[in-house]
Design a protein around this ligand. Sequence first.
Ligand code: ZN
Length: 148
Amino acid sequence: MDDQVEIEGRTMDILTREQRSHCMSRIKAKNTKPEQVLRAALWSAGLRYRLHYAVMGRPDIVFAARQVAVFVDGCFWHGCPLHSVKPKTNVSFWQNKLKRNIERDINVTARLNTEGWTIIRIWEHEIKDHLDSAVLRVVSVVTSSKSP
Ligand SMILES: [Zn+2]
């Protein structure tokens, strides 16, 4: 991995400042969604995973051989304790919807656990604020899970 970083570093040195900033802005623009940010970070940490793998609950990232699945939970839709916003209109509709989402998350995690899966749930805000620790959490779970 160090080699790769070094090669990337060298490549970046070859580029002009304009090319470099164009390159960086494209990377940034492409990785706006939290799950994409996490995928990119895990990939550069050396982890290889499957997307759109047919598992109940449609996890965002799947390590199939090790039976580890990662869900990235949006703070609003999944009722993050820090950032859940109380909708001001259609209050009961939203309360029910968010409650159902949270219940479904719990059920999906429980069902997959009984099927032998290890589930990692990461909040959207963890990716925005603490990407490194989110990556470390996934890396440590994946590397300590049963080998393929
Ligand atoms: Zn949050």
